[in-house]
Design a protein around this ligand. Structure first.
Ligand code: NCD
Length: 307
């Protein structure tokens, strides 16, 4: 039985396969309407979510399966003090696969060690978010047509942003990748992420405090929200939250084929005036999330893709 806790558990060949399956689903969704008939997905969300939870649920429904779950820790027995290990032991009796989001780093890993069904990490604290990364990889491959030879700018909260950590890990395995890390001093990429992925593979990278200076180099600009819920002080959050606001003006020197991404939700970091720019890909990116999750659910449930 396979789980997905960290994106690095998937080889690049497996990621290619998931992206190809998702591409086939996008072309012909009707062919997959019964792929997971009689299977049930449980979504255990101990932390808020819109896209991740609903795209998981939409994915299972479109595969012909059923969904159940909770979207707030308060409405589950966690509020009574039940452990994650006990919760998954019980929910594994009601479902075939579980997607879990938790504010504590490592909770989905603990869950996987106690589960009789596959566990998918749908975000654990400021740590990892592998299915967002699969979404990001599908988006890049659909829009840029490749996953190699790209200069990727990551901008905003690179410290607490789990989507950034998983994306750096995944992209570090492709040829010709360069990272431009754009953040204030206080929100830089954690040194463990740099050491394990960027430095270990000798990936060229630069760090910048300003977005405008590096804009012309970028093939991809990955904007992120400042993760308010992970700050120790509200004051610090308020001081840092508006450090980068992407406006049409700042895009003047950007490449014509720049791909602007954001895992969403956006707060202030991309002006709505950017939405009509053809380079804005974030809503399409959210849409792709459903298709890659369909491919992932099929893989973990060992459902053959007959198409
Ligand atoms: C992200 C998350 O939850 O980590 N959103 C998502 O899953 N699409 C990013 C965020 O919350 O800022």
């Amino acid at each position: 039985m396979r789980h997905l806790i960290d994106i690095m558990e998937l080889s690049t060949e497996e990621i290619d396969e998931l992206i190809s399956t998702a591409a086939r689903i996008i072309k012909n969704p009707m062919k997959y309407r019964e792929a997971c008939k009689y299977k049930t997905l449980a979504t255990l969300f101990f932390e808020p979510s819109t896209r991740t939870r609903l795209s998981f649920e939409a994915a299972m429904i479109e595969l012909g399966g059923s969904v159940l779950g909770f979207s707030e820790a308060n409405s589950s027995s966690a509020a009574k003090g039940e452990s994650v290990a006990d919760t998954v032991r019980v929910v594994g009796g009601y479902s075939d696969i579980i997607a879990m989001r938790h504010p504590k780093e490592g909770a989905p890993l603990v869950a996987s060690m106690n589960s009789t069904v596959p566990i998918i990490n749908a975000g654990d604290g400021g740590h990892n978010h592998p299915t967002q990364t699969l979404t990001d990889l599908l988006t890049i491959s659909q829009i840029k047509g490749r996953l190699d030879n790209l200069t990727i700018g990551l901008c905003g909260d690179l410290k607490f942003g789990r989507t950034v950590h998983s994306l750096i890990a995944a992209m570090s395995r492709y040829e010709g990748i360069r990272f431009v890390l754009i953040s204030p001093e206080e929100l830089k990429v954690p040194s463990y992420v740099k050491a394990e992925h960027i430095k270990a593979r000798g990936i060229p990278y630069t760090q910048s405090r300003t977005l405008e200076d590096v804009m012309p180099e970028l093939d991809i600009l990955y904007m992120t929200r400042v993760q308010r819920e992970r700050f120790f002080s509200e004051e610090e959050y308020l001081r840092l939250r508006d450090t980068y606001i992407l406006t049409p003006d700042k895009l003047k020197n950007a490449k014509q084929d720049l791909c602007i991404m954001h895992p969403l939700p956006r707060v202030n970091e991309i002006s709505t005036a950017v939405d009509s720019d053809p380079r804005a890909c974030y809503f399409e990116q959210a849409r792709f999330g459903k298709f890659i999750r369909m491919a992932l659910i099929m893989k973990l449930l060992e459902v053959e893709d007959e198409n």
